[in-house]
Design a protein around this ligand. Sequence first.
Ligand code: ADP
Ligand code: ASP
Ligand code: MG
Length: 449
Amino acid sequence: MLVLKFGGTSVESAERIRQVVDLCAQAKSPQKVVVLSAMSGVTNALIDGAEKALARDLGGALSQIEAIRKRHLDAITALLGTSQAGLALKDELASRLDELSILYKGVSYLGELTRRSLDAVSGLGELLSSRLVAEFAIQSGHKAVWLDAREFLITDEVYGKANPRWDVLTPKAQTHILPHTQAGTIVFTQGFIGRTESGASTTLGRGGSDYSASIVGVALNSNEIQIWTDVDGMMTADPRVVPEARVLPEVSFQEASELAYFGAKVLHPLTIKPAIEKNIPVRILNTMRPDQPGTLIKSAAQATETIRAVAAKKGITAIFLSSPRMLMSHGFLSQIFALFDRYKTPIDLIATSEISVSLTIDQTDYLSELKEALLEHGEVRTSSDVAIVSVVGRQFREQSGIAGRVFSALKDINIVMISGGASDINLSFVVSRDDADKAMKQLHAEFFP
Ligand code: ADP
Ligand code: ASP
Ligand code: MG
C-alpha cells in the first residue's frame, strides 16, 4: 500500500493535474491512495470570503466565490472539455458554490462566524480539487474512485485543529478504502478535512493535508507515505529565503519533526508522529521534477554533519514576566504553567532567570486572559512581532563551539531570547520578525558555506 499526497501547487492548474494523474498511475505499488489538497490559494480565498462576510462585505465575499469558480471552470474545461463528465462536474461545482454563497450570506446576516462554520467553509477547496482530479483520472482510462474523506477520517470536535479519533477512524478507513485498493482501483480523497462522530465537518489545521496522508497511511498500514510538493525535498533552509539551500537526502523522524515544528513548512508538524509509531518511511518529492530522489524520512537516517538545517517560525508571540517574588522562592513556575494549562496555550520556548521568565507561544486565542492572569504574578510585557530561528542537528552536547558560531554569525542581530541546551538536536532563539530571514541567511552561510 502506498499513500501519495499532492499539495496545493501540485493541483493548481490543468497542466499540473495531468502530471499528478500520470504520477499516480506510474507509482509502483499494487494499492494506492491519493490524498489531495485544494488548488493553491483556494483555502485562503475561502477563509478570506468568510471574514469579508463577517465584516458585512458580502460583495467582497461573493467575488472570492467567483475567483474560485473561474479557477475550477478553467481547469475542468481544459481537462474534460465539453464531455458529459465535464458538464456534470461543472453542474456540481455550481451547486457547491451556491451552498457556499448561502453560508456566506448566513455569516453576514447573523454577524457570527464560529470555528465550526469556518471549518465547513474552509474544507470546500479539497472537495472541489479532488473531484476534478479523480474524474480526470477516470476519463483518462484509469481504474479510479473518489471517496469523501469525511466518511472515514473521524476527528474530535476541536474545530480548526481537530485530532484524529484513531479508534473509530482506523476500522472505517479500512472498510471504506481497502475493497477498492484490493481490486486495483486508485482511491482519490481529500486531505485537511474530517468529520466528528456527530457529523460536523472539521479541519486538521492549516497545512493539514500532510497530516491526513500520514493518518491514512497509518490506518491502512501502508509501506510508505509520499508527500509530493513544489521543492526537491526537505532542505537545509527554506529555499524561498535561502536560494543556496541544499536537499537533505535522508532525515531522521526526530529531525524532520523538529524542523517541521520550528517552521519548515514543507511538512505539517504532526505528520511524522503517527508514522513513527508504525515506523512508516515518509518521502518528500517534487511533482515538477519527479526524477529527483527527494528526501527519505525514516528512523535511522544516514548523515555525518552535525548541523542539518536552519528554520524560522514567524508569527510568534513572546511573553516576558518579571517578578521579585520569584527570587529564592519555590512553586512559582508551577503557578505560571498552571495558567497556560488553564488557557490551553502550549509554550514553545522558555528561558528563566532568578526573577524573570520569558516564553513564546504560537496560539494567541486566550492571550488577553493569560496576560491578565499573569499580571497577578508580576510585570508582564508581550511582543507579537517576533520569530523563532532554530538550528537543528545532531549531538549538540558532544560538540563544542556551536553556540559560538551561531552567535558570531548573528553578531549584528538583536537576539531577544535564547533557549538552548534543552535538547541535543536543537538550538533556538527569538529575534524580531523583520530579522528572521536575515538570521536564517547568515546562519546558513556559516554552517553550509
Ligand atoms: P504544499 O502546498 O505542497 O503542501 P507547502 O507550501 O505547504 O507545499 O510547502 C512547501 C514549501 O515549504 C516550499 O515551497 C518551501 O518554500 C517551504 N519550505 C520551508 N522550509 C523548507 C525546507 N527546510 N525545505 C524545503 N522546503 C521548505
Ligand atoms: N488546503 C489546506 C491549507 O491550505 C491544507 C493543505 O494544503 O495542506 O491549509
Ligand atoms: Mg503544505
